[in-house]
Design a protein around this ligand. Structure first.
Ligand code: GDG
Length: 464
């Protein structure tokens, strides 16, 4: 069996005790155990001068290989091109995307550094799977270094519509590099369509089959593979002692009121300002509901070195403070706004205690919180998921979620009322439909779907 080499910006080292980890890390580690292989990426550490030294570690049957980067690399590649240029652009925010040649240069330099260091680790029969927007040109870098293996790429975030993508000065060159891969995966058909549109109209690629594009001598297969969660693990987490304690703690502190929960990295793509304003609208329109509910928003800060993230943090504090100032009473606060993270099993207990899961990103590749909320529910008395129609997850969860346009405070307000008043049999019916999807199309399904296509592809280069 081929080995699998996974390459991503950051590597999650398996903890020997099996401690709290994200679903993606768990899935990729399971894949690596099955195939034998290596997970390669940046250590998160800085070094004075880049040496290409690789730090190998082995834990839980998985080998990780990490490198340190220079301060300037991190500034231009990670804080720069990845998080100031591509992240906002790919989430349709060209108003805050920063287009700087220095960022683009740093991004290419770091991708070259990755290619130089990982190339000697790749053996002829390995399959290589590159993850996410930090590493778009890596496949081309590997080809330039003689790598003829099957190489796939998966984009965890949306691909923007063609007219937006065209605002990026390097749009054509960057997109062209994706043709070095054998397979490129997207979370939904919508993002795959946008990519296809750009490739055909801006690069002159030819559509050979609905999912196969040709550009010059390269053939690229597209696949839509929505990422899932490790549903079994998450259901178990929701039944753990820590989850039960968290559930109790939340129910006690709710004193009979219904809890609405939001859990998001503090990021402008998650629609937190609009969510607070929608909730405020609900409080305005329904005075009789005021003391019957409260919103718990958990938002651990992320990417704090980037100015747009500092701005959203300040803005949210202002909005939450204002709403609480206007509506709070001595025995009730409408918004509990918490800027810290919690262990996964505690989070599972909190989800289970919430009558409503409020997941309203303005744009999101998938959104795993929506799926985790579903998995954590009590099948006999589940809560209601309110979900943005602009999250990738909406394509799968429309069967049971209350879908909303997150830009509309009125729609949010209506959805909150609908969810709060929803009878139990309807909640159960909706939840079952969603749970069926969450447990079937889970993270292992996702990984298999992608690696099956990749294994069946090419390798075109091997023949040449
Ligand atoms: C990107 C794409 C796509 C959050 N707070 C805590 C905590 N979390 C965990 C959640 C969830 C994860 O972080 C967030 O995943 P999302 O999918 O919601 O969002 P992104 O971080 O933006 O992820 C996204 C994803 O990649 C995978 O492809 O779905 O669209 O943007 O698992 O639970 N975890 C813990 N404590 C917290 O306080 N332990």
């Amino acid at each position: 069996m081929s080995r699998l080499i996974i390459i991503s910006n950051r590597v999650s080292t398996p903890s020997p005790t099996g401690g709290a980890q994200g679903g993606l890390a768990v899935a990729l580690q399971a894949a690596l155990r099955e195939y034998r292989g290596i997970w390669f990426g940046w250590s998160g550490e800085t070094t004075e001068t880049f040496t290409g030294h690789i730090n190998f570690q082995r834990a839980g049957g998985v080998t990780t290989a990490t490198i340190d980067l220079e301060e300037q690399d991190i500034e231009e590649y990670y804080n720069g091109y990845a998080n100031r240029t591509l992240w906002p652009l790919f989430h349709y925010r060209i108003d805050i995307a920063e287009y700087e040649r220095g960022f683009a240069g740093g991004y290419l330099r770091v991708n070259d550094r990755f290619a130089d260091t990982v190339r000697p680790l790749i053996e002829p029969d390995d399959i290589v799977w590159v993850q996410d927007y930090h590493m778009i040109p890596l496949g081309q870098g590997l080809r330039e270094r003689g790598c003829r293996n099957r190489i796939g790429f998966f984009l965890h975030i949306p691909w923007p519509p063609r007219r937006l993508m065209a605002t990026l000065p390097e749009a054509a060159d960057l997109t062209r590099t994706l043709f070095a891969y054998d397979v490129v995966g997207f979370q939904t058909d919508e993002w795959a369509d946008s990519f296809r549109d750009f490739a055909i109209h801006e690069l002159g690629a030819v559509l050979e089959e609905p999912d196969v594009l040709r550009l010059d001598d390269r053939t690229l297969r597209l696949v839509s593979a929505p990422i899932g969660i490790d549903a079994t693990e998450f259901v178990a987490a929701s039944r753990s002692t820590a989850a039960k304690l968290a559930f109790r703690r939340m129910r006690d502190s709710a004193v009979g009121r219904d809890m609405i929960v939001g859990v998001d990295r503090l990021d402008y793509s998650k629609g937190l300002e609009e969510r607070f304003l929608g909730y405020e609208r609900f409080l305005q329109e329904h005075p009789e509901e005021r003391k019957e509910v409260f919103l718990l928003q958990i938002a651990p800060p992320s990417r704090g070195e980037v100015e747009s993230y500092q701005r959203i943090r300040t803005s949210l504090e202002g909005i939450a403070g204002r709403i609480n100032g206007v509506y709070a009473d001595v025995d009730w606060v409408p918004i509990r706004y918490v800027n810290q993270g919690y262990p996964r099993d505690v989070l599972a207990g909190i989800y289970r205690a919430a009558r409503i899961g409020l997941v309203t990103p303005l744009r999101d590749g998938m959104n795993l919180v929506a799926k985790e909320y579903v998995a954590a529910q009590d099948p006999e008395d589940p809560g209601v998921l309110i979900l943005s129609r602009f999250a990738g997850a909406a394509a799968q969860l429309a069967v049971g979620a209350v879908l909303v346009n997150p830009y509309s405070a009125e729609e949010l307000s209506d959805a909150l009322l609908l969810a709060l008043k929803m009878p139990r049999d309807q909640r159960i019916e909706r939840w079952r439909a969603m749970m069926e999807n969450v447990s079937t199309e889970d993270v292992l399904w996702w990984r298999q779907r992608f690696t099956d296509v990749l294994e069946a592809a090419g390798p075109e280069y091997a023949a040449s």
